[in-house]
Design a protein around this ligand. Structure first.
Ligand code: ADP
Length: 269
């Protein structure tokens, strides 16, 4: 009966392995599908401005050769299209870099107050040009995290730029910090930073998909505003690396609120 028992265990083990390998095959197939979709999306995103550039070059070589006014107009459009490609390639590089070191936990102690103040300073001009006032309310408690300062700057730049871009004119963007919240997912003290605009908001059906690459609620509007559709995907990967996460809440007409949740570092004693 010992032998039978062994055989039985072996059968269970085999089934387990079999299930495991089926699981891996499905995972692999899904990863492969995602990779193909991504390459297709990137090609499409690059091809659109490229097609327009090729078209304008042809026109400038032919029909518009002697037309000074048309030439200036076309060159402006071409500069915009080249700028769009440049931003896209820049964001693709950022995304691939943050994905590559997603498993390497940052080890530097940072006070996010400094990072947030720098971000707000950097974006004050852009905000003013759009008639937007940035209102940081960071309180006085230390906002300590283990983090990569450049990546944290990128996170808040992307969120505040979106609030400025999509929030509409003549409004406020509130940036608030809250410490010492117990977080059920982190099972410990967390830091929450909320970027809230008072614009048209986002229909809740879109919220779960916002951090997918190239997901846009309104592609036309995103393109018009110079968006690449990668900003929130970059944010998600950076926050993963920091053991943090992003929460988005919104109701149409009530603005959008993006909350960054990070493990809070206790002050050094
Ligand atoms: P994009 O480059 O298009 O801005 P993001 O990844 O930064 O890409 O954002 C994805 C989409 O989420 C945007 O295209 C936009 O539709 C929506 N979105 C992001 N932030 C806001 C906001 N504050 N208000 C309304 N919509 C937003």
């Amino acid at each position: 009966s010992d032998v039978l028992y062994d055989v039985h265990l072996q059968a269970i083990a085999d089934t387990g392995l079999l299930l495991l390998s089926f699981q891996n095959v499905t995972d692999l197939a899904q990863a492969e599908r995602m990779r193909r979709d991504f390459v297709a999306n990137v090609s499409h995103e690059l091809r659109t401005p490229l097609a327009s550039l090729i078209g304008f070059i042809e026109t400038l070589r032919g029909p518009a050769r002697e037309d000074v006014d048309a030439r200036d107009r076309f060159l402006n459009i071409m500069a915009d299209e080249a700028g769009r490609m440049n931003r896209l390639v820049g964001d693709l590089l950022s995304l691939s870099r943050v994905e590559a070191d997603e498993r390497v936990r940052p080890t530097t102690r940072l006070d996010l107050r400094d990072v947030l103040q720098t971000t707000v300073q950097n974006l004050d001009r852009l905000a003013a040009d759009s008639g937007v006032t940035l209102r940081p309310q960071l309180g006085s408690a230390p906002l300590g995290v283990l983090g990569d300062a450049d990546q944290m700057l990128q996170v808040f730049t992307n969120l505040i730029e979106n609030a400025i871009k999509y929030g509409g004119e003549n409004q406020y963007v509130d940036i608030t910090a809250q410490t010492g919240v117990h977080d059920p997912v982190l099972r410990g003290p967390a830091l929450q930073i909320v970027v809230a605009d008072h614009g048209p908001g986002i229909d809740p059906i879109h919220l779960p998909r916002l951090t997918e690459r190239f997901y846009r609620v309104d592609s036309h509007r995103s393109r018009e505003l110079g968006g690449t559709g990668l900003g929130l995907a970059i944010v998600k990967h950076i926050l993963n690396r920091h053991r943090g996460r992003l929460k988005a809440t919104s109701r149409p007409g009530q603005g959008a609120q993006f909350t960054v949740i990070l493990p809070l570092l206790q002050p050094e004693t």
